[in-house]
Design a protein around this ligand. Structure first.
Ligand SMILES: NC(=O)c1ccc[n+]([C@@H]2O[C@H](COP(=O)([O-])OP(=O)(O)OC[C@H]3O[C@@H](n4cnc5c(N)ncnc54)[C@H](OP(=O)(O)O)[C@@H]3O)[C@@H](O)[C@H]2O)c1
Length: 249
């Protein structure tokens, strides 16, 4: 199908996991995709996979934990493509630890990548999004909406991203830019794999996911395409959980 034909989409953190699946899904819908991450080899591999499937993609590397990199990333996209229609703020780092284990360095890193980077990527892209009637998809987590022990810093950073999403949805709507939130459930990716090995996590998830399995990255693609497409032209400030019923159950 061609639901994103002619669009330019920046998918941050698309060298791996959920972002990689979304990048491939957007390219299959006709978008020109900017694949982003820090790892050149994996970024090139994603671009090659998309090209081999008949899609259009290029890679831009940027370490979003560093000041100024969000703006540089967006400028590179605008220089190459003349504009951007869709921004998926997907790059993220998970951090687990109890209150006593939290350090200032850890808080700074988690906030920089999970909250500040989406903020500054979106702000840098905004003039182009306004010009082209574009949209933003922010990837958060169920933990931003439901407390659980041991992940407070990560959850709080993603909860900040939730409030950025709904605040900017309201602020940008009069300018024709939509901003939505996508919540992946537990998804089999390099970020999640070590946790999924733990028997107590497996037992907890088996009990708490009504659909009865963890997600594969491809399970997120349909919702991500929908939110970026004209089918969602009246959808902004929405919080779309693709979590097998985790938040419902
Ligand atoms: N997997 C889950 O169960 C789950 C559940 C809920 C929410 N999420 C969210 O979904 C998103 C994707 O997670 P995932 O599971 O697909 O993780 P993943 O496989 O570990 O991928 C993370 C991506 O983020 C990029 N990234 C990390 N730190 C970066 C930095 N400093 N600068 C630039 N890019 C950086 C990585 O790129 P490089 O390695 O190339 O730098 C990679 O492409 C994250 O926002 C995560 O919080 C995941």
């Amino acid at each position: 199908m061609n639901r994103l034909e002619g669009r330019v989409a920046l998918v941050t953190g698309s060298t791996s996991g959920i972002g990689r699946a979304i990048a491939a899904g957007y390219a299959a819908e006709g978008a020109t995709v900017v694949v982003h991450g820090r790892d050149k080899e994996r970024a090139d591999a994603v671009v090659e996979r998309i090209s081999a499937a008949g899609g259009r993609a290029e890679a831009v590397l940027a370490d979003l934990s560093r000041p100024g990199e969000a703006g540089r990333l967006v400028r590179a996209v605008l220089d190459s493509h003349g504009g951007v229609d869709v921004v998926v703020n997907n790059a993220g780092v998970m951090s687990m630890g109890t209150a006593g284990q939290v350090t200032e360095e850890n808080v700074d890193e988690v906030l920089a990548i999970n909250f500040k980077a989406p903020l500054f990527v979106t702000r840098a892209a905004l003039p182009s999004l306004v010009e082209r009637g574009g949209s933003v998809v922010n990837v958060t987590t169920a933990g931003a909406h439901r407390g659980s022990p041991g992940g407070a810093v990560y959850a709080a950073a993603k909860a900040a991203l939730h409030m950025l999403t709904v605040s900017w949805a309201a602020e940008f709507a009069p300018q024709g830019v939509r901003v939505n939130e996508l919540i992946p459930g537990a998804t089999r990716t390099p970020m999640m794999e070590p946790l999924l090995q733990a028997p107590e996590v497996q037992a907890m998830l088996a009990q708490r996911i009504p659909i009865g399995r963890v997600a594969e990255p491809e399970d997120l693609v349909g919702a991500a395409v929908f939110l970026a497409s004209a089918e969602a032209s009246y959808v902004t400030g929405a919080v779309l959980a693709v979590d097998g019923g985790f938040l419902a159950g």
